[in-house]
Design a protein around this ligand. Structure first.
Ligand SMILES: *[C@@H]1O[C@H](CO)[C@@H](O)[C@H](O)[C@H]1NC(C)=O
Ligand SMILES: *[C@@H]1O[C@H](CO)[C@@H](O)[C@H](O)[C@H]1NC(C)=O
Length: 164
């Protein structure tokens, strides 16, 4: 009987430890349903761009106001049905409609991301996740605010501010 009990207890303890280990793995904080963020990006060309992003999940739209170094303001309105409108204002204003076939990211788009541990990035101690070899996401450990995310092709998005 003793060995059985011991086996059972060991089993339970192991299960408990496993459960605790699993539940202590941090998960990414879902995005707020609405926010305004300012992002700094390094483009494939090596150029730089500031993007003001107004994310609005309940209304199914993203408004991006983008400016490249010494460039014009480019408005990018993304709808959840996959359609995006790109336009500039002024006498040489232009407009382009692109159907991406995918909408804006869900607030919990990082669900199921693979936790990679902590890392100091841009001077912040971050929890780091990776999802389907597509995105690497860095969240400040102390504030749970994203610091940056990098796409597989090397394009980094650095968060300068977040207003909810
Ligand atoms: C998607 O929604 C926007 C805003 O309502 C609309 O202007 C656009 O035509 C829609 N696109 C499609 C493919 O239905
Ligand atoms: C608009 O484009 C024309 C032709 O390229 C150029 O001469 C003019 O300076 C531009 N105007 C503005 C406001 O950029």
């Amino acid at each position: 009987m003793l060995w059985l009990e011991k086996l059972f207890l060991t089993g339970t303890t192991l299960a408990t430890i496993l459960t605790e280990a699993q539940s202590s793995v941090p998960i990414p904080t879902p995005w707020p349903e609405q926010f305004h963020a300012t992002l700094c990006m390094t483009l494939y060309s090596g150029g730089h761009q500031i993007t003001d992003l107004w994310y609005d999940w309940p209304k199914g739209r993203n408004v991006n106001l983008q400016q490249k170094q010494l460039g014009v303001y480019m408005y990018d309105i993304e709808w959840n049905n996959g359609t995006s409108f790109y336009y500039t204002l002024g006498s040489n204003g232009s407009c382009q409609v692109i159907d991406f076939g995918v909408g804006i990211p869900r607030p919990d788009f990082l669900d199921g991301a693979h936790y990679l541990g902590t890392q100091v990035k841009d001077g912040f101690l971050c929890n780091v996740w990776e999802k389907v070899d597509f995105i690497w996401y860095y969240e400040d450990v102390a504030t749970k605010i994203p610091v940056r995310w990098d796409f597989y092709d090397g394009m980094p998005f650095l968060l300068l501010s977040l207003l909810i």
